[in-house]
Design a protein around this ligand. Sequence first.
Ligand SMILES: Nc1nc2c(ncn2[C@@H]2O[C@H](COP(=O)(O)OP(=O)(O)OP(=O)(O)O)[C@@H](O)[C@H]2O)c(=O)[nH]1
Ligand SMILES: [Mg+2]
Length: 391
Amino acid sequence: MFRARLLHPDSREPVDDVLAACFPEPHSYTGENVVEISTHGGLVVPAAAVAALVAAGARPAAPGEFTRRAVLSGKMDLLQAEATADLIDAGSPVQRRRALQQLDRGLSNRLTALRAEILELEALIAYDIDFPEEDEGPVSETTVRRAWCVVRDRVADLLKTAPEGERLREGALLVIAGRPNAGKSSLFNALLGTERAIVTEIPGTTRDAIEAHAVIEGFPFRLVDTAGLRDSDERIERLGIEVSRKYLAAADLVLFCEERDDPERDAFLAQVQAPVVTVRTKVDLSGGVGVSVVTGTGIPELRRRLAEVAFGTLLALGDVEPVVTRARHRTALERALVELEGFWTARQSGVDAAAAATHLRAAVAALDDLIGAITPEDVLDRVFAAFCVGK
Ligand SMILES: Nc1nc2c(ncn2[C@@H]2O[C@H](COP(=O)(O)OP(=O)(O)OP(=O)(O)O)[C@@H](O)[C@H]2O)c(=O)[nH]1
Ligand SMILES: [Mg+2]
């Protein structure tokens, strides 16, 4: 690292006094020789510095170009590149911890181990391929079956983390619903920790859905306050109720608020696909078990319950077990699972060992795609499309 004076290459005019840090290959972020130039801040100086560098033959980086180069030079795999983006985007503690774990090769190591196990299974049946006429090879059918079961279950277990893993990146869509005046907006504000929605004693206060990000027990949520559900002749209110229904259809979970036993609760719940947490509101007035935004009673328990319903699988796994967090991961694992099932079906229907083994090869290929061992350009384009410039 040294101080330097940056001059425009044509006019030789001084642009700025800068700091230059050199990162020689192969230990730099991209694995190449890299120089980082730090200029003074503001608007004019950095722009003039970039203009001078461009005049000298440089060009601005594309979004995610540094990380892309790191992947291409083998400094990190595709899962780690995705984790880099997740770490930058993290908006809650669990998202940050998960991203960091994936950056530390948590998922990569698990997949590499699985890959090795499938190759071992292939080695087990190789004897059959070499000596097909022998009735009983040195490796019994039970041994093959056991080895197959282990890998199949591991892939299936990883796949089971996909719904909540993907939800962890997006935030769980939590829709607050109930009759007008049930206390929905009050609870929405209490969960957010700020007075975001208008609260009045007049039923029908909330007309439109209000969405806000919230962190509950370290997990990311997208909280939605909605218009109270009732038959209304009022046009604006009816439009609001329509919006509520759309949100309810898309919800990951629904928080149903009732001040007292709601006679329409069951009819409402029958229309909702997502899991529902029912909560009794305003218990400072009525007593009993529930929540009160006035005294704060029951709010911590409710937060735990919401985290449990939206992210129960991840909570049970703890922070150590790897989790898959993207549709790209899910589809690759689904492919691997189909091939592993295909292997066993082929084997049981008496298909010769070499043909059955092609399924194992295909399963390995699916895992390779996922780790990013050999990655086609279009996959790289898709992964890096969402990156910011400078990473
Ligand atoms: N005492 C008490 N009053 C509450 C509590 N929660 C809400 N309220 C009151 O109940 C009334 C309705 O609250 P809101 O949060 O606006 O109810 P809402 O379900 O959003 O109503 P709509 O938007 O009209 O559907 C307001 O006067 C609140 O102050 C509570 O825990 N205790
Ligand atoms: Mg409201």
